[in-house]
Design a protein around this ligand. Structure first.
Ligand code: 5GP
Length: 106
């Protein structure tokens, strides 16, 4: 049985056209379709890890890379402070099962 691709994997594979704010070999950054702040970015690894529960030791580099990107993204969006959120599991409010970090700021 093949797992269905997440909406974010389809965006990463350019099957769904979306404005990509930033992209490198490890991740992409897009604007949330339903922003909850003036700036609401989603930082998404290219590797389709469903949630923090499935994170493996070999993902440390990718996750660290995304953490280091957060302040850079905040600064390029004119933010002097921001919030981050990683919803995990249905009871944690996760809707898209492909890890992503929300970056929110006003
Ligand atoms: P979660 O609740 O899984 O942490 O958040 C998923 C987020 O993805 C939500 O804030 C939702 O608005 C956003 N989202 C869902 N589908 C799309 C989409 O097709 N494009 C974009 N840009 N954002 C999406």
């Amino acid at each position: 049985m093949t797992e269905e691709k997440s909406i974010f994997s389809k965006i990463i594979d350019k099957e769904i056209p979306t404005d990509i704010v930033y992209e490198d070999e490890k991740c992409i950054v897009i604007n949330d379709i339903h922003p909850k702040a003036r700036v609401h970015l989603l930082i998404i690894p290219k590797k389709p890890i469903p949630s923090l529960f499935e994170l493996m030791p070999e993902d440390k580099d990718c996750m660290g890379h995304m953490m280091l990107l957060l302040p850079q993204l905040a600064q390029t969006h004119g933010l002097d402070g921001f919030k981050t959120q990683i919803n995990t599991g249905e009871s944690g409010g996760q809707e898209v099962f492909h890890i992503h970090i929300h970056l929110l700021g006003n």
